[in-house]
Ligand binder design. Structure first.
Ligand code: AKB
Length: 352
């Protein structure tokens, strides 16, 4: 279903911002930020598989409900709006993707290819690069064994790039497509633009939000533990106590991608960046949750398949390039994430 049917004015030459996956976890926090930044200056167009909730619709000027892998929907957006920036958040996450790998590839790769094409065609028409923000993930990394993970320790962007999940493979594929559109699009054309798509990606760790509980991911045990505890529910963790991957709070995640978006292109030495904040084991998360919710009952019932996915992801990521190129610095370390953000907000959310 498409609404509206007419091309909306896009403001003073700035063009419109398209946000895909606007109904998802990150979309929730990002729409509000984009709306306050661009209020009255730029049109924001949102797209999601499901109809957006009224509070999200309030932040945007146009909404499209449908599948990003449907080229007709993408053509309709291109016909109705002057798109100059795309925040492509829509994806099937790692656990869901592994249960339906072909569907994941369709949405995560073909849907992204549609978005990159929309960006390139819009850039060619506007004669100006279209900015493309892409949340990639630590799932883009992959090591074959737990021993290899421990030996690798904290890794930089060029290491361990053999993901074992369809989701990780899909994200790597889009990073490579982004590199092509940014640097080599139509390389045989003599009149080609030097940069057609200004592709910028962040490999996010697991994200913990006080407002939303993720579904379909493998890093979900972190947020699930906390949200269960706050609701007085017991939690059976699907990974071992010693499982370790990096995490970050949602406000830091949103701020990082907003900061990357606003960084001058010439300061960016790479297209894909790690960002890091803290990297606790599952047991360290459980202990922190118990500090604030002492009655919570947390047990460990590892699912071998999901454990294998977590064991293939790095223990932590080296984000020195992001720190150097665009000044990245997380606000929340592990202690502050709980004491200053998660616990106070989650108590309000669940009326504790
Ligand atoms: C997932 O678990 O699928 C994601 C991720 C780490 O990318 N949250």
């Amino acid at each position: 279903m498409i609404e509206p049917k007419t091309r909306a004015p896009s403001g003073i030459g700035l063009g419109s911002i398209l946000v895909t996956g606007a109904g998802g976890e990150m979309g929730h926090a990002l729409l509000a930020q984009l709306a306050s930044l661009w209020h009255g200056k730029r049109e924001i167009v949102a797209m999601d598989l499901k109809e957006l909730s009224p509070d999200r619709k309030a932040h945007v000027q146009a909404t499209y409900t449908g599948d990003i892998s449907d080229p007709r929907l993408v053509e309709a957006i291109a016909a109705n709006h002057d798109i100059s920036e795309i925040w492509h958040l829509a994806a099937l996450l790692s656990t869901r993707g592994e249960r339906s790998p072909e569907l994941a590839m369709q949405v995560n790769v073909m849907g992204s290819a549609n978005m990159l094409r929309l960006a390139a065609e819009s850039a060619t028409r506007r004669k100006c690069p279209v900015k493309f923000l892409f949340p990639s993930t630590i799932a883009a990394y992959g090591v074959a064994t737990l021993e290899a993970k421990r030996a690798a320790g904290t890794i930089h962007e060029g290491q361990c790039l053999e993901p074992i999940t369809m989701y990780g493979v899909n994200k790597r594929a889009v990073e490579e497509l982004g590199r092509y559109y940014a640097r080599h699009y139509r390389l045989l054309n003599t009149d080609r633009m030097e940069c057609t798509v200004d592709f910028r990606a962040i490999r996010f760790p697991g994200i913990i939000s006080a407002d939303t509980v993720p579904t379909g991911g493998t890093s979900d045990y972190g947020p699930e533990m906390l949200h269960c505890a706050a609701q007085g529910k017991a939690y059976a963790c699907f990974v071992r106590p010693d499982a370790r991957i990096p995490f970050m709070t949602m406000p830091d995640a949103v701020r990082s991608i907003m900061e990357l978006a606003s960084a001058p292109r010439e300061s960016l030495s790479q297209l894909v960046y790690n960002v890091s904040a803290f990297a606790p084991s599952a047991e360290e998360i459980a202990a922190k949750v118990r500090e604030f919710f002492p009655k919570v009952e947390i047990t460990y019932v590892p699912t071998p398949e999901r454990q294998q996915i977590v064991d293939s992801w790095p223990e932590d990521c080296d984000d020195s390039a992001a720190r150097k190129d665009w000044g990245w610095k997380p606000e929340h370390d592990f202690a502050k994430a709980f004491s200053e953000y998660l616990v106070p907000k989650i108590k309000v959310r669940y009326g504790i």
